[in-house]
Design a protein around this ligand. Structure first.
Ligand SMILES: [Fe+2]
Length: 226
């Protein structure tokens, strides 16, 4: 999709945001953009540096969890997991400037680019439409949703610490606070489901994933420090 096409899409959402120039064409034949393509998309959409750093850390957590799950026999597409994690907040800058739901807008952008699987991850990264207690295999959407709940800014933290942060930042009304609490309860169920497959614990992620320093954008994943 061209820059003008994206601008039209944004306008249709009553969003005044105009993406920066996009001077490349994404291949439409793959399930997800490559890491480099994701980084270019982040730049093209003016992702703020702190959101970029957060997204890279969410990618680290998603890949750490995902690679251990794959080793345990769970079927996950790791490149899709990485792309979904890197791009989950692709529309955050636009929504900060103009309002709107960044998960829905980002999903529309990736659908328009021909990546519906990435779009689904973005759409579901705040709130999973399928309750984690429902039977069914773990999916890439579950892992990115969980990883986002384990990263405060660019630091790996516990679910409890992250939800304290979410209440402080977004809990403006009793209704929103209640929804955040429901989301925390769902995230705890999801965490138990994920780690039921693994030999590591949720706390181990804090030790496994380096915080700050290094070339975070080009990291190929977590460093085992245990
Ligand atoms: Fe996020």
């Amino acid at each position: 999709m061209t820059a003008s096409g994206l601008a039209e899409l944004a306008a249709s959402e009553k969003i005044l945001y105009t993406p920066r120039k996009i001077s490349y064409v994404l291949p439409m034949s793959t399930i997800c953009p490559s890491r480099d393509e994701c980084l270019r998309l982040m730049t093209a959409h003016g992702m703020l540096p702190h959101i970029r750093a957060h997204s890279c850390r969410v990618r680290d957590v998603a890949l750490a969890v995902g690679s251990h799950l794959v080793a345990a026999g769970v079927a996950l597409h790791l490149p899709l997991l990485e792309a979904g994690a890197l791009l989950h907040d692709i529309a955050k800058t636009a929504s900060l400037a103009n309002g709107g739901e960044h998960a829905r807008l980002g999903a529309q952008w990736l659908t328009a680019l021909g990546y519906p699987a990435v779009a689904e991850i973005i759409r579901e990264h705040v709130w999973l439409s399928r309750h984690p207690a429902e039977p069914g295999p773990l999916r890439e959407v579950d892992i990115v949703n969980y990883a986002d709940k384990r990263v405060r800014h660019d630091q790996v933290v516990s679910l409890a610490e992250r939800f304290v942060d979410l209440r402080r930042r977004y809990g403006r009304t009793p209704e929103i606070l209640a929804r955040i609490s429901r989301n925390e309860a769902r995230s705890l169920v999801l965490e138990q489901k994920i780690f039921s497959y693994l030999q590591i614990t949720p706390t181990d992620l804090v030790v496994m994933i380096p915080c700050g320093g290094g070339d975070a954008e080009n990291s190929t994943g977590p460093v085992e420090r245990r």
